[in-house]
Design a protein around this ligand. Structure first.
Ligand code: DGJ
Length: 733
């Protein structure tokens, strides 16, 4: 049993293999949080709370003259607004009488085998999970709350979600409903989060928590390039290989909020959930609001271990379908090769070359439909431009298939161009506030996916294209942030629901998609990684990591991404030189070294390559395929930080049995009269004897890990190295 409830102490303890989470029902049903950390057995940690009379910390009415009990001091399991806890609140409502307070007290609990699922929203799956549901009630109003906990014991994962039920006789508004509130009786913590912008996502930032509130989030209608819905709290001394850390991510693709507050008594609270901006959900009596899910992982073994656990948890319990296990195709995408300027013949010439070089699939990106020869028009018209393709899509796919290549296609289903047939027919399908000009982004408007008929209409068009030809991959793009939020289908008092209803509409479409086309490999995209989150990964096992294909900038982007997302999730391509985003020149081989740390492909005109480069492509594809399992399923080690002093960015993949290791490094700074760059490997068998592929050189695991690898003196800027080590069979004793 991973979920314990002690009837005497009224303590709930959730146990995983290496972690534990504890809360307790105390006086008058108040549910306090006691612990999340290293595994402990059934105990009662409430002795750690010092009861004393603290000035300006009020007390629940029932306590009368006992001033030692304050909601403003005790760590809370799910903090409520308006009843004396002045710290960050997880839930806030507008009651029928206009008041804001809600005071949830313990009512009942149930423990169930299997992990709960959320209807209409992505959530972690897995038979082996267990569920705890705690029901709370506000005695004054009748408002109810269900706190959901999912426990995956072996994977060290605990999930949380909340459901707010209107148990009153009045209409109530939910003003804020976080998925999680997590209190710590300490403040000596750092927080790590991943910020960015278009074409430079998920940059790593670590800072000490300060008194007061620090927050990240998105009000863009998508999880965004600017902040990722994944944060880590960790001890000051925590590094890659040691120390306590807590990873918390939201399984959600819309606007989100994460806030850490250090209070007056040097305690910390983290809340995370749907962005409370632009949010107000109306509940009629008996109705409920379900929050998305949060995933939490704790380890005392440092950030590398945290990432390994995240990679495993996401792979085992988020990623679904055929392409979870099946080797993903190495693809060539025509976007950076042609942009909108292509013909059917041009695509076929790229496909022909791709086949020669060992590539598996041609992906036709933007520009194949409607009036779409630039990004000013055509979105919403999901009809094939046969004139441009020189025939039907089926014919094109057949020709490509005939060459022995798979065929994939780009869509941007959530958008509409004003210059389109769809817009002429359904101008009201676009999100806009009546009487106010709508902001445009990339010259396009966003479709109102909170409306069922809009989702159904687009779905019908998309599905009919997919039914027309043998399409084995789809790239699902989303190229602007949402603004002017309003839905003509909802009354004024429900406009605060549009943002979340949009996400629910998107999830409904995606669920229909994966059910109807289980064989299609879906790749998520939002101008690169603007919606790189666990919500999207539930439907699309890989996501185009960034529109920045510059190998050197990708070092940071992929480094940041690796903290919370598995390597298989990272769409990554070799592109042309000079790079189209930065104009930087990097060696061809370096672009492959970086792109191989993901789901690999190419995005350039293969016909324009030199014979040497074509030979290199052949070798690279072969090498990637040979190491596919190691890269996709091995343990990923960040060996140096691209933000650090080391003149090389380095990482490695180690097989679960520790017998194989692929070491990769890119020189990031040149130096005259250079000192040696030594990188220490990790995760090997210290006693093992590892042969460096292509040589007779043998090193012990301990030499590689404690001594390290000496990089050669680089002969050009951004030189890179890929060393494959394999353990020799041990001679019989
Ligand atoms: C943004 C994507 O990230 C690119 O890869 C490409 O698909 C363009 N959109 C097409 O408009």
């Amino acid at each position: 049993m991973a979920i314990l409830f002690n009837q005497n102490t009224k303590v709930f303890t959730l146990q995983t293999k290496n972690s534990a989470y504890q809360m307790k029902m105390i006086d008058y049903g108040v549910l306090i949080h006691l612990y999340y950390g290293k595994r402990l057995e059934d105990c009662d940690l409430s002795y750690l709370i010092q009861r004393s009379d603290r000035g300006f910390c009020g007390n629940p009415y029932e306590m009368q003259h006992d001033r030692t009990f304050s909601l403003d001091y005790f760590p809370q399991e799910y903090s409520c607004f308006g009843i004396g806890d002045y710290r960050s609140d997880a839930v806030r409502v507008i009651n029928g009488d206009g008041s804001n307070a809600v005071d949830y007290r313990f009512s009942s609990y149930r423990i169930e085998p299997g992990k709960y699922r959320l209807e209409g929203m992505p959530s972690m799956y897995g038979e082996e999970g267990e569920t705890l549901v705690i029901t709370m009630k506000d005695q004054s109003t009748g408002m109810e709350l269900e706190l959901y906990y999912g426990v995956f014991e072996q994977d060290d994962v605990i999930t949380r979600a909340a459901r707010i039920v209107n148990g009153t006789g009045d209409k109530v508004y939910v003003d804020r409903a976080m998925s999680l509130c997590l209190d710590f009786m300490r403040a000596d913590l750092d927080w790590i989060h991943f910020y960015g912008k278009h074409a430079m996502e998920r940059e790593f930032e670590r800072s000490p928590l300060q008194h007061g509130r620090q927050a990240i989030g998105s009000v863009r209608g998508a999880s965004s390039h600017q902040h990722n819905p994944f944060v880590i709290l960790c001890g000051k001394e925590t590094g890659e290989d040691w120390g306590e850390c807590w990873g918390i991510s939201l399984v959600y693709s819309g606007g989100f909020y994460a806030e850490a507050e250090v209070d007056q008594f040097n305690q910390t609270r983290l809340i995370m959930g749907i962005s409370p901006d632009n949010f107000l959900w109306q509940l009629e009596p008996g109705e409920a609001f379900q929050t998305p899910e949060c995933l939490m992982i704790y380890t005392d073994k440092g950030l590398t271990q945290l990432s390994h656990q995240y990679h495993r948890a996401v792979f085992n319990h988020i990623i679904r379908g055929k392409w979870k296990e099946e080797p993903r195709p190495v693809l060539i995408n025509n976007w950076e090769a042609t942009y909108f300027q292509f013909t059917g013949d041009k695509l076929l010439s790229i496909a022909r070359e791709a086949k020669e070089l060992g590539i598996d699939m041609l992906v036709l990106d933007d520009g194949w439909f409607g009036k779409r020869n630039s990004d000013n028009s055509g979105l919403g018209d999901w009809q094939v431009n046969e004139k441009k393709l020189g025939g039907s899509l089926r014919e094109l796919a057949e020709k490509i298939n005939g060459m022995g290549l798979k065929f994939g296609l780009w869509f941007e289903p959530e958008m509409i161009s004003e210059d389109s047939i769809l817009y002429a027919k359904h101008p009201d399908w676009a999100i806009r506030i009546p009487g106010r000009p709508a902001n445009i982004g990339r010259s396009q408007l966003v479709l109102d996916f909170s409306r069922e008929e809009v989702v159904d209409g687009i779905q019908e068009m998309v599905f009919s294209v997919l039914d027309e030809a043998n399409i084995e991959y789809v790239k699902w793009d989303f190229n602007r942030s949402i603004t002017n939020l309003y839905s003509s289908a909802l009354p004024p008092e429900r406009q605060g629901e549009v943002a979340h209803r949009y996400v629910l509409g998107l999830y409904r479409f995606l669920e229909n998609f994966v059910n109807r086309y289980p064989n299609i490999l879906l790749e998520g995209c939002s101008g690169g990684g603007g919606r790189f989150d666990l919500g999207m990964l539930y439907y699309s096992p890989q996501i185009w990591c960034s529109d920045d294909t510059d190998a050197v900038e990708r070092l940071k982007i992929q480094y940041g991404t690796s903290f919370g997302y598995p390597i298989s999730a990272v769409g990554s391509h070799v592109s042309a030189c000079p790079n189209h985003q930065t104009f930087r020149k990097t060696p061809f081989e370096t672009r492959a070294t970086v792109a191989m740390a993901g789901s690999f492909g190419y995005e350039l005109d293969l016909n324009a390559l030199t014979p040497e480069e074509k030979e290199a492509v052949k070798r690279q594809v072969k090498e990637y395929k040979a190491h596919y399992q190691l890269i996709q399923r091995g343990d990923y080690y960040r060996l140096t930080s691209p933000y650090g002093k080391c003149r090389a960015a380095a990482w490695s993949f180690v097989s679960p049995d520790r017998r194989e290791c692929l070491f990769c490094a890119v020189i990031t700074q040149l130096q005259a009269n250079p000192d040696g760059v030594i990188v220490k490997l990790k995760g090997l068998n210290p006693q093992g004897r590892y042969r460096l592929e292509g040589t007779e050189e043998i090193y012990s695991g301990s030499a590689l890990m404690y001594g390290g690898v000496l990089l050669p003196i680089p002969r050009e800027e951004y030189e890179s190295y890929r060393y494959y080590f394999k353990e020799e069979e041990q001679p019989e004793a």
